[in-house]
Write a protein that binds this ligand. Sequence first.
Ligand SMILES: Cc1cc2nc3c(=O)[nH]c(=O)nc-3n(C[C@H](O)[C@H](O)[C@H](O)COP(=O)(O)OP(=O)(O)OC[C@H]3O[C@@H](n4cnc5c(N)ncnc54)[C@H](O)[C@@H]3O)c2cc1C
Length: 428
Amino acid sequence: MKLDVVILGGGAAGLWLLDELTRTGYDALLLESAKLGTGQTIASQGIIHGGLKYTLRGMLTGSAANIREMPGIWRDCLAGRRQPNLSRTQVRSGHCYLWRTESLSSRIGMIGARVGLRVAPTRLDQNEIPSLLANCAGTVARLDEQVISPASFLADLGNRQRDRILQIDSHGGAEFHFQQPGNVSAVRLHSPIGHCSVMNGTSDQPRAELELNPAVVVFAAGAGNARLREEVGLAVPQMQRRPLHMVLVRGDLPSFNGHCVDGAGTRVTITSDVDSQGRTVWQLGGQIAEQGVASDAPSLIEFAFRELATILPSLDLRGVECTTYRVDRAERITPNGVRPESVQIVREGNCLTAWPTKLALAPELSRQVLEQIKTCCTATESELLASEAETLSQWPRPEVALPPWETATQWTAFEDVRPSESTHKKAA
Ligand SMILES: Cc1cc2nc3c(=O)[nH]c(=O)nc-3n(C[C@H](O)[C@H](O)[C@H](O)COP(=O)(O)OP(=O)(O)OC[C@H]3O[C@@H](n4cnc5c(N)ncnc54)[C@H](O)[C@@H]3O)c2cc1C
């Protein structure tokens, strides 16, 4: 089957790109080896950053400049005013709160304005402060960065392009044929094991096969990019992983999204969702998840309860439960191992390897990949043969990955954590 583009990986990057390519008239297919969003997108906090986080030192860093147009693009897509129409994606909140633990500064309200971000924080008057933050010393501000549900975003984009997304096995599901490293002439697919009977009517028959001949191959597989690159002969490592140890808290909690800012960093970033039992779930990221990498789960849970009692003195922790999960951020390698400032794309032969660096940057990744594709491939609306259409229509489709709180099994109740001074005093 002749195609313009084959994308490997159905997270935020691959799905947004697939949508952009098909709207532009390119003939594209996406191959997913697990569930849509497995890895980073489903584990993410869903904040559509506008760059404030990167200006806490008071400078317009490269990261802030690169990301500042993203909230406007997403807002239009989420409202259905712009393509891709994401009006079925759940917006958890239209804004995040920013607060400090100590009565530091009015600086918070100035930073955004000073560096010219498109989304700047607004300092709140006492009567506008949510009750959860009422007892916090220091300035409280509101930042109009939207927070989305990553699962509903993946479902929304996945459903829009369902016909063009195929499930493959994680091992041997796609075989690459190439003459030179990175010059792929064909991708041979085998239908996933376990789906033979669906495809062929009986499980005794061999797995269905499909050979794709793409002009361009895009690796948008997050951490999976490292292995895909090896499979097409690209030996030079281009990827780094930065680990996180995230915390989940569930129970009778208010829905809340915000950053507790400490100096030039975010001490804790809280985002909220609701689990399948109707309980509120908080995801805790920021410094707690970076520093937590060195801790085991019980120590991090104990620390998380203490942190919550300190940064949110009004919060009643009685009855809530806590767990943790580990996940790596996958990015293009940088000389000192820090976060790249923006989207990263490496072009070798007819292969592009892409990392968005942030969920919020998915539209920018698509724009940049499209620019590159335009230089080597013109959109063709080729007709499928009847047999190809038949094989495609019967090929299995991937599901959306489950959020981390639906797969976590070991939850620790607040009351079961070793009594430690501040937390229990607070709850009492
Ligand atoms: C804990 C956490 C919180 C975050 N919070 C935010 C946030 O609030 N805001 C923000 O902007 N960014 C956030 N990020 C960053 C953001 O999640 C990532 O930058 C983004 O989701 C990466 O998307 P991706 O599509 O490149 O990769 P992924 O989401 O990792 O998706 C990769 C996909 O490729 C598939 N795949 C892997 N190998 C293969 C293969 N061989 N063949 C086919 N498919 C394959 C996987 O199954 C998966 O579906 C966060 C990241 C983490 C880890």
